[in-house]
Design a protein around this ligand. Structure first.
Ligand code: S3P
Length: 455
Protein backbone atom coordinates (compact mmCIF):
# COMPACT_ATOMS: atom_id res chain seq x y z
CA UNK A 1 0.00 0.00 0.00
CA UNK A 2 1.33 3.46 -0.88
CA UNK A 3 0.78 6.22 1.68
CA UNK A 4 0.84 9.89 0.87
CA UNK A 5 3.86 11.71 2.28
CA UNK A 6 2.83 13.25 5.56
CA UNK A 7 4.95 15.63 7.48
CA UNK A 8 3.13 17.67 10.01
CA UNK A 9 3.92 19.21 13.34
CA UNK A 10 1.02 19.64 15.74
CA UNK A 11 1.14 21.57 18.97
CA UNK A 12 -0.47 19.64 21.74
CA UNK A 13 -0.41 21.86 24.85
CA UNK A 14 3.32 22.60 25.22
CA UNK A 15 4.31 19.50 23.23
CA UNK A 16 4.70 18.94 19.52
CA UNK A 17 3.67 15.78 17.72
CA UNK A 18 5.48 15.03 14.46
CA UNK A 19 3.57 12.85 11.99
CA UNK A 20 5.45 11.18 9.16
CA UNK A 21 5.03 8.60 6.43
CA UNK A 22 7.40 7.42 3.69
CA UNK A 23 7.79 9.55 0.54
CA UNK A 24 4.80 9.15 -1.77
CA UNK A 25 5.24 7.18 -5.01
CA UNK A 26 7.74 8.93 -7.27
CA UNK A 27 9.27 10.98 -4.46
CA UNK A 28 12.56 10.50 -2.65
CA UNK A 29 15.13 12.67 -0.84
CA UNK A 30 17.21 14.78 -3.19
CA UNK A 31 19.20 17.97 -3.16
CA UNK A 32 22.06 19.97 -1.69
CA UNK A 33 21.67 21.13 1.88
CA UNK A 34 23.61 22.60 4.76
CA UNK A 35 23.21 21.59 8.38
CA UNK A 36 23.38 24.00 11.33
CA UNK A 37 26.66 24.81 13.06
CA UNK A 38 28.48 22.23 15.16
CA UNK A 39 27.09 22.19 18.68
CA UNK A 40 30.36 21.37 20.44
CA UNK A 41 32.27 24.09 18.58
CA UNK A 42 29.46 26.61 19.14
CA UNK A 43 29.60 26.16 22.93
CA UNK A 44 33.38 26.50 23.00
CA UNK A 45 33.39 29.60 20.78
CA UNK A 46 30.92 31.32 23.11
CA UNK A 47 32.84 30.34 26.24
CA UNK A 48 36.33 31.22 25.02
CA UNK A 49 35.01 34.42 23.46
CA UNK A 50 33.54 35.38 26.83
CA UNK A 51 36.84 34.67 28.63
CA UNK A 52 39.13 36.33 26.09
CA UNK A 53 40.45 39.86 25.93
CA UNK A 54 38.96 41.81 23.04
CA UNK A 55 36.33 40.91 20.51
CA UNK A 56 35.45 37.45 19.19
CA UNK A 57 33.28 37.00 16.13
CA UNK A 58 31.47 33.73 15.49
CA UNK A 59 30.27 32.88 12.01
CA UNK A 60 27.87 29.93 11.66
CA UNK A 61 26.90 29.55 15.33
CA UNK A 62 24.27 26.89 16.03
CA UNK A 63 21.06 28.68 17.01
CA UNK A 64 19.82 25.71 19.02
CA UNK A 65 18.60 25.80 22.60
CA UNK A 66 21.88 24.40 23.98
CA UNK A 67 24.21 27.19 22.76
CA UNK A 68 21.55 29.70 23.83
CA UNK A 69 21.91 28.33 27.35
CA UNK A 70 25.67 28.86 27.20
CA UNK A 71 25.27 32.41 25.86
CA UNK A 72 22.76 33.30 28.59
CA UNK A 73 25.02 31.98 31.37
CA UNK A 74 28.06 33.96 30.21
CA UNK A 75 26.01 37.09 29.59
CA UNK A 76 24.83 36.77 33.20
CA UNK A 77 28.51 36.87 34.24
CA UNK A 78 29.33 40.05 32.33
CA UNK A 79 30.25 39.02 28.77
CA UNK A 80 28.65 41.25 26.14
CA UNK A 81 27.09 38.86 23.64
CA UNK A 82 25.31 40.34 20.61
CA UNK A 83 21.97 38.95 19.45
CA UNK A 84 22.47 35.33 18.38
CA UNK A 85 22.27 34.69 14.65
CA UNK A 86 24.03 32.32 12.31
CA UNK A 87 25.64 35.10 10.26
CA UNK A 88 27.79 36.81 12.84
CA UNK A 89 27.72 36.90 16.62
CA UNK A 90 30.04 39.31 18.40
CA UNK A 91 31.28 38.83 21.95
CA UNK A 92 33.14 41.43 23.95
CA UNK A 93 35.15 39.25 26.30
CA UNK A 94 35.81 40.07 29.92
CA UNK A 95 39.36 38.76 30.21
CA UNK A 96 40.70 35.93 32.33
CA UNK A 97 39.80 37.37 35.70
CA UNK A 98 36.79 39.44 34.72
CA UNK A 99 33.93 36.98 35.30
CA UNK A 100 31.34 38.61 37.53
CA UNK A 101 29.45 36.81 40.25
CA UNK A 102 25.96 36.27 38.77
CA UNK A 103 23.06 37.62 40.80
CA UNK A 104 20.90 34.57 40.11
CA UNK A 105 21.17 30.83 39.48
CA UNK A 106 22.83 29.93 36.16
CA UNK A 107 20.58 27.68 34.07
CA UNK A 108 22.27 25.23 31.67
CA UNK A 109 18.88 23.98 30.38
CA UNK A 110 19.25 20.59 28.68
CA UNK A 111 22.96 21.04 27.98
CA UNK A 112 25.55 18.77 29.62
CA UNK A 113 28.32 20.55 27.72
CA UNK A 114 27.28 23.93 29.15
CA UNK A 115 27.17 22.64 32.69
CA UNK A 116 30.31 20.49 32.74
CA UNK A 117 32.59 22.87 30.84
CA UNK A 118 31.35 25.87 32.81
CA UNK A 119 32.01 24.02 36.05
CA UNK A 120 35.74 23.96 35.29
CA UNK A 121 35.73 27.70 34.64
CA UNK A 122 33.67 28.65 37.70
CA UNK A 123 35.58 26.42 40.11
CA UNK A 124 38.68 28.55 39.37
CA UNK A 125 37.06 31.99 40.02
CA UNK A 126 38.58 32.64 43.41
CA UNK A 127 36.31 34.46 45.85
CA UNK A 128 33.13 34.26 43.76
CA UNK A 129 30.05 32.10 44.34
CA UNK A 130 27.91 30.42 41.68
CA UNK A 131 24.79 28.25 41.68
CA UNK A 132 24.02 26.18 38.55
CA UNK A 133 21.02 24.12 37.58
CA UNK A 134 19.41 22.60 34.49
CA UNK A 135 16.23 20.91 33.25
CA UNK A 136 14.95 17.62 34.68
CA UNK A 137 17.06 15.55 32.25
CA UNK A 138 20.26 17.43 33.12
CA UNK A 139 19.51 17.30 36.87
CA UNK A 140 19.54 13.50 36.64
CA UNK A 141 22.84 13.20 34.75
CA UNK A 142 26.12 12.39 36.54
CA UNK A 143 28.29 15.37 37.48
CA UNK A 144 30.81 13.50 39.65
CA UNK A 145 32.89 12.80 36.53
CA UNK A 146 33.68 16.55 36.45
CA UNK A 147 33.38 17.30 40.19
CA UNK A 148 35.84 14.56 41.30
CA UNK A 149 38.88 15.83 39.33
CA UNK A 150 38.01 19.46 40.07
CA UNK A 151 37.97 18.67 43.80
CA UNK A 152 41.40 17.09 43.36
CA UNK A 153 42.48 20.52 42.06
CA UNK A 154 41.06 22.12 45.22
CA UNK A 155 37.58 23.08 43.99
CA UNK A 156 34.70 23.84 46.34
CA UNK A 157 31.59 22.22 44.82
CA UNK A 158 28.46 21.01 46.60
CA UNK A 159 25.25 19.34 45.49
CA UNK A 160 22.92 16.39 46.00
CA UNK A 161 24.53 12.94 46.38
CA UNK A 162 27.86 14.48 47.39
CA UNK A 163 27.93 16.85 44.45
CA UNK A 164 27.12 14.29 41.79
CA UNK A 165 23.79 15.85 40.77
CA UNK A 166 22.80 19.41 39.84
CA UNK A 167 21.79 21.87 41.16
CA UNK A 168 25.37 22.56 42.17
CA UNK A 169 26.91 25.30 44.31
CA UNK A 170 30.45 26.43 43.48
CA UNK A 171 32.69 28.54 45.70
CA UNK A 172 35.53 29.63 43.42
CA UNK A 173 39.06 28.85 44.66
CA UNK A 174 42.67 29.18 43.60
CA UNK A 175 43.19 25.74 42.11
CA UNK A 176 46.39 23.71 41.81
CA UNK A 177 47.43 21.75 38.71
CA UNK A 178 46.64 18.07 38.25
CA UNK A 179 47.50 15.16 36.00
CA UNK A 180 44.14 13.42 35.75
CA UNK A 181 43.79 9.89 34.37
CA UNK A 182 40.14 9.91 33.35
CA UNK A 183 38.33 6.57 33.64
CA UNK A 184 36.05 7.56 30.71
CA UNK A 185 36.71 8.94 27.23
CA UNK A 186 34.73 12.15 27.63
CA UNK A 187 35.42 15.45 25.90
CA UNK A 188 33.26 17.17 28.48
CA UNK A 189 35.44 15.92 31.33
CA UNK A 190 38.66 16.66 29.42
CA UNK A 191 37.49 20.16 28.51
CA UNK A 192 36.26 20.90 32.02
CA UNK A 193 39.70 20.15 33.45
CA UNK A 194 41.62 21.98 30.71
CA UNK A 195 39.41 25.05 31.26
CA UNK A 196 40.12 24.90 34.99
CA UNK A 197 43.81 24.62 34.07
CA UNK A 198 43.54 27.81 32.06
CA UNK A 199 43.32 29.73 35.36
CA UNK A 200 45.75 27.54 37.32
CA UNK A 201 49.48 28.14 37.79
CA UNK A 202 51.40 25.23 36.24
CA UNK A 203 50.70 22.33 33.90
CA UNK A 204 47.35 20.55 34.02
CA UNK A 205 47.06 17.31 32.03
CA UNK A 206 44.22 14.94 31.17
CA UNK A 207 44.93 11.43 29.93
CA UNK A 208 41.96 9.56 28.47
CA UNK A 209 41.42 5.83 27.83
CA UNK A 210 40.43 6.57 24.21
CA UNK A 211 40.59 9.81 22.25
CA UNK A 212 37.49 11.98 22.55
CA UNK A 213 36.68 15.02 20.40
CA UNK A 214 39.48 17.60 20.47
CA UNK A 215 37.66 20.86 19.69
CA UNK A 216 38.70 22.41 23.02
CA UNK A 217 42.37 21.75 22.41
CA UNK A 218 42.19 23.22 18.90
CA UNK A 219 40.23 26.29 19.94
CA UNK A 220 42.20 27.00 23.11
CA UNK A 221 45.38 26.95 21.01
CA UNK A 222 43.81 29.27 18.42
CA UNK A 223 42.90 31.71 21.23
CA UNK A 224 46.53 31.73 22.37
CA UNK A 225 46.69 29.17 25.20
CA UNK A 226 49.74 26.96 25.56
CA UNK A 227 48.35 23.50 24.73
CA UNK A 228 50.30 20.27 24.26
CA UNK A 229 48.75 17.13 22.81
CA UNK A 230 50.31 13.66 22.88
CA UNK A 231 48.23 11.40 20.66
CA UNK A 232 50.22 8.31 21.63
CA UNK A 233 49.30 8.59 25.29
CA UNK A 234 45.97 10.33 24.54
CA UNK A 235 46.97 13.22 26.77
CA UNK A 236 46.25 16.94 26.52
CA UNK A 237 47.98 19.56 28.69
CA UNK A 238 47.53 23.24 29.31
CA UNK A 239 50.09 25.56 30.85
CA UNK A 240 48.33 28.12 33.00
CA UNK A 241 47.54 30.78 33.71
CA UNK A 242 46.89 31.91 30.15
CA UNK A 243 45.43 35.07 28.70
CA UNK A 244 43.16 34.39 25.72
CA UNK A 245 42.84 36.79 22.83
CA UNK A 246 39.56 37.23 20.93
CA UNK A 247 39.43 35.47 17.54
CA UNK A 248 37.27 35.08 14.43
CA UNK A 249 35.69 31.63 14.69
CA UNK A 250 34.02 29.90 11.74
CA UNK A 251 31.78 27.05 12.89
CA UNK A 252 31.44 24.16 10.40
CA UNK A 253 28.20 22.19 9.92
CA UNK A 254 27.59 19.59 12.60
CA UNK A 255 28.42 16.04 11.47
CA UNK A 256 26.07 14.82 14.21
CA UNK A 257 23.22 16.61 12.41
CA UNK A 258 24.46 15.54 8.96
CA UNK A 259 24.32 11.92 10.19
CA UNK A 260 20.50 11.93 10.03
CA UNK A 261 20.60 12.74 6.32
CA UNK A 262 23.45 10.32 5.66
CA UNK A 263 21.39 7.47 7.06
CA UNK A 264 18.21 8.72 5.37
CA UNK A 265 20.05 8.73 2.04
CA UNK A 266 21.36 5.23 2.64
CA UNK A 267 17.94 3.68 3.42
CA UNK A 268 15.42 5.58 1.27
CA UNK A 269 15.20 4.20 -2.30
CA UNK A 270 16.42 6.63 -4.93
CA UNK A 271 17.89 9.13 -2.48
CA UNK A 272 20.80 11.35 -3.54
CA UNK A 273 21.81 14.05 -1.06
CA UNK A 274 24.80 16.34 -0.75
CA UNK A 275 25.46 17.96 2.61
CA UNK A 276 27.84 20.85 2.22
CA UNK A 277 30.31 22.29 4.70
CA UNK A 278 30.33 19.49 7.27
CA UNK A 279 32.99 19.34 10.00
CA UNK A 280 35.07 16.19 9.48
CA UNK A 281 37.42 16.43 12.42
CA UNK A 282 38.86 12.88 12.72
CA UNK A 283 37.69 12.67 16.35
CA UNK A 284 34.11 12.96 15.03
CA UNK A 285 34.04 10.88 11.84
CA UNK A 286 33.37 7.45 13.34
CA UNK A 287 29.88 7.59 11.83
CA UNK A 288 31.39 7.70 8.31
CA UNK A 289 33.50 4.63 9.09
CA UNK A 290 30.55 2.71 10.56
CA UNK A 291 28.30 3.53 7.59
CA UNK A 292 31.08 2.57 5.15
CA UNK A 293 31.41 -0.77 6.98
CA UNK A 294 27.64 -1.23 6.48
CA UNK A 295 28.01 -0.67 2.73
CA UNK A 296 26.63 2.88 2.48
CA UNK A 297 27.70 4.89 -0.58
CA UNK A 298 29.10 8.09 0.95
CA UNK A 299 31.77 10.22 -0.70
CA UNK A 300 33.71 13.28 0.47
CA UNK A 301 34.48 16.23 -1.79
CA UNK A 302 35.98 19.68 -1.49
CA UNK A 303 38.04 18.81 1.60
CA UNK A 304 39.54 21.90 3.20
CA UNK A 305 40.48 23.41 6.56
CA UNK A 306 38.41 26.29 7.94
CA UNK A 307 39.57 28.13 11.08
CA UNK A 308 41.51 25.13 12.34
CA UNK A 309 38.84 22.47 11.70
CA UNK A 310 38.69 20.10 8.70
CA UNK A 311 35.56 20.51 6.55
CA UNK A 312 34.13 18.64 3.54
CA UNK A 313 31.00 18.15 1.46
CA UNK A 314 29.42 14.71 1.93
CA UNK A 315 27.33 12.99 -0.72
CA UNK A 316 25.17 9.95 0.01
CA UNK A 317 23.42 7.85 -2.60
CA UNK A 318 21.02 4.97 -2.04
CA UNK A 319 22.54 1.67 -3.20
CA UNK A 320 19.92 -0.44 -4.95
CA UNK A 321 20.67 -4.11 -4.22
CA UNK A 322 17.52 -5.54 -5.75
CA UNK A 323 15.62 -7.66 -3.22
CA UNK A 324 18.34 -7.35 -0.59
CA UNK A 325 18.40 -4.59 2.08
CA UNK A 326 20.55 -1.56 1.17
CA UNK A 327 22.97 -2.09 4.08
CA UNK A 328 24.57 -4.99 5.92
CA UNK A 329 25.24 -5.49 9.61
CA UNK A 330 28.50 -4.56 11.33
CA UNK A 331 30.06 -4.44 14.80
CA UNK A 332 30.63 -1.10 16.47
CA UNK A 333 32.73 -0.88 19.63
CA UNK A 334 36.10 -0.08 21.24
CA UNK A 335 37.93 3.15 20.43
CA UNK A 336 35.41 3.94 17.69
CA UNK A 337 32.69 4.64 20.27
CA UNK A 338 33.84 8.11 21.44
CA UNK A 339 34.21 9.09 17.76
CA UNK A 340 30.52 8.39 17.05
CA UNK A 341 28.90 8.50 20.48
CA UNK A 342 26.15 10.96 19.53
CA UNK A 343 25.39 9.13 16.27
CA UNK A 344 24.50 5.77 17.85
CA UNK A 345 20.73 6.41 17.85
CA UNK A 346 20.75 7.06 14.09
CA UNK A 347 23.21 4.19 13.52
CA UNK A 348 20.71 1.96 15.34
CA UNK A 349 18.18 3.04 12.69
CA UNK A 350 20.69 2.17 9.95
CA UNK A 351 21.13 -1.24 11.61
CA UNK A 352 17.36 -1.83 11.43
CA UNK A 353 17.70 -1.57 7.63
CA UNK A 354 20.84 -3.71 7.44
CA UNK A 355 20.89 -7.42 6.68
CA UNK A 356 22.12 -9.42 9.68
CA UNK A 357 22.72 -8.60 13.33
CA UNK A 358 24.53 -5.38 14.19
CA UNK A 359 26.19 -5.33 17.61
CA UNK A 360 26.93 -2.03 19.34
CA UNK A 361 29.11 -2.52 22.41
CA UNK A 362 31.30 -0.47 24.82
CA UNK A 363 28.69 2.29 24.72
CA UNK A 364 27.32 2.28 28.30
CA UNK A 365 27.80 6.08 28.23
CA UNK A 366 24.60 6.21 26.17
CA UNK A 367 22.65 5.46 29.32
CA UNK A 368 23.56 8.87 30.79
CA UNK A 369 22.96 11.11 27.78
CA UNK A 370 19.90 13.37 27.39
CA UNK A 371 17.93 10.13 27.85
CA UNK A 372 18.94 6.50 28.38
CA UNK A 373 19.53 6.12 24.65
CA UNK A 374 20.01 2.33 24.85
CA UNK A 375 16.67 1.71 26.57
CA UNK A 376 14.76 4.33 24.58
CA UNK A 377 16.03 3.23 21.15
CA UNK A 378 15.39 -0.44 21.99
CA UNK A 379 11.82 0.31 23.09
CA UNK A 380 11.00 2.63 20.19
CA UNK A 381 12.49 0.45 17.45
CA UNK A 382 10.71 -2.61 18.82
CA UNK A 383 7.44 -0.63 18.55
CA UNK A 384 8.22 -0.46 14.84
CA UNK A 385 8.67 -4.24 14.70
CA UNK A 386 12.48 -4.37 14.79
CA UNK A 387 14.18 -7.33 16.49
CA UNK A 388 16.30 -5.42 18.99
CA UNK A 389 17.70 -6.31 22.39
CA UNK A 390 19.48 -4.25 24.99
CA UNK A 391 22.97 -5.07 26.22
CA UNK A 392 24.27 -3.41 29.37
CA UNK A 393 26.69 -1.49 27.11
CA UNK A 394 24.82 -1.27 23.83
CA UNK A 395 22.32 -2.85 21.46
CA UNK A 396 21.89 -5.90 19.23
CA UNK A 397 19.72 -5.21 16.21
CA UNK A 398 18.69 -7.72 13.57
CA UNK A 399 17.71 -5.73 10.53
CA UNK A 400 16.58 -6.04 6.97
CA UNK A 401 12.87 -6.69 7.60
CA UNK A 402 10.22 -4.04 6.92
CA UNK A 403 9.52 -1.57 9.74
CA UNK A 404 5.95 -0.56 10.53
CA UNK A 405 4.72 2.89 11.46
CA UNK A 406 3.97 3.32 15.17
CA UNK A 407 3.22 5.80 17.92
CA UNK A 408 6.60 6.76 19.33
CA UNK A 409 8.09 9.08 21.95
CA UNK A 410 11.33 11.10 21.87
CA UNK A 411 11.61 11.06 25.67
CA UNK A 412 12.51 14.76 25.18
CA UNK A 413 15.82 13.72 23.58
CA UNK A 414 16.63 15.64 20.37
CA UNK A 415 18.71 12.92 18.76
CA UNK A 416 16.08 10.25 19.50
CA UNK A 417 13.35 12.43 17.94
CA UNK A 418 15.33 12.91 14.70
CA UNK A 419 16.51 9.28 14.51
CA UNK A 420 12.93 8.03 14.81
CA UNK A 421 11.80 10.53 12.16
CA UNK A 422 14.29 9.02 9.68
CA UNK A 423 13.18 5.49 10.59
CA UNK A 424 9.57 6.59 9.97
CA UNK A 425 10.43 7.79 6.46
CA UNK A 426 11.56 4.29 5.53
CA UNK A 427 8.85 2.38 7.41
CA UNK A 428 5.47 1.19 6.16
CA UNK A 429 2.55 3.32 7.30
CA UNK A 430 2.19 6.37 9.47
CA UNK A 431 4.34 7.19 12.51
CA UNK A 432 3.75 9.82 15.15
CA UNK A 433 6.54 11.08 17.38
CA UNK A 434 5.52 12.63 20.69
CA UNK A 435 7.55 15.42 22.30
CA UNK A 436 9.17 16.26 18.95
CA UNK A 437 9.92 19.82 20.13
CA UNK A 438 13.20 18.38 21.43
CA UNK A 439 14.76 18.78 17.95
CA UNK A 440 15.21 22.50 18.75
CA UNK A 441 18.10 21.61 21.08
CA UNK A 442 20.49 20.98 18.18
CA UNK A 443 18.54 21.28 14.90
CA UNK A 444 15.63 23.75 14.92
CA UNK A 445 15.29 23.62 11.10
CA UNK A 446 15.15 19.81 10.88
CA UNK A 447 11.53 19.55 9.68
CA UNK A 448 11.73 22.42 7.14
CA UNK A 449 14.92 20.87 5.72
CA UNK A 450 13.20 17.49 5.42
CA UNK A 451 10.28 19.10 3.61
CA UNK A 452 12.67 20.86 1.21
CA UNK A 453 14.48 17.66 0.13
CA UNK A 454 11.36 15.54 -0.42
CA UNK A 455 11.27 15.73 -4.20
C1 S3P B 1 30.37 16.81 23.86
C2 S3P B 1 30.93 15.64 24.23
C3 S3P B 1 30.20 14.36 24.24
C4 S3P B 1 28.92 14.42 23.45
C5 S3P B 1 28.16 15.68 23.71
C6 S3P B 1 28.98 16.90 23.38
C7 S3P B 1 31.18 18.04 23.90
O1 S3P B 1 29.87 14.04 25.58
O2 S3P B 1 28.11 13.30 23.72
O3 S3P B 1 26.98 15.70 22.92
O4 S3P B 1 30.80 19.04 23.28
O5 S3P B 1 32.22 18.03 24.56
P1 S3P B 1 30.93 13.29 26.55
O6 S3P B 1 32.14 14.09 26.53
O7 S3P B 1 30.29 13.26 27.88
O8 S3P B 1 31.08 11.93 25.96
Amino acid sequence: MVYPTIISLHHNESQQVLTLAPPAEGLTLRGQIRVPGDKSISHRALMLGALAHGVTTIHGLLLGEDPRSTARCFAAMGAEVSELNSEQVTIKGIGASGLQEPVDILDAGNSGTTLRLMLGILAAQSGRFFAITGDSSLRSRPMSRAVTPLRQMGAGIWGRKDGSLAPLAVQGQTLHPLHYYSPIASAQVKSCILLAGLFTEGKTTVTEPALSRDHSERMLRAFGANIEVDLETRSASILGPAQLQGQAVVVPGDISSAAFWLVAGAIIPGADLTIENVGVNPTRTGVLEALAAMGADITRANEREVAGEPVADLRVRYSDRGDRPPLHACEIGGDLIPRLIDEIPILAVAAAFAQGTTIIRDAAELRVKESDRIAVMAAQLSQMGVAVSERADGLEITGGHPLKGATLDSYTDHRIAMSLAIAALAAQGVTTIQRAEAVAISYPSFVPTLTSILQ
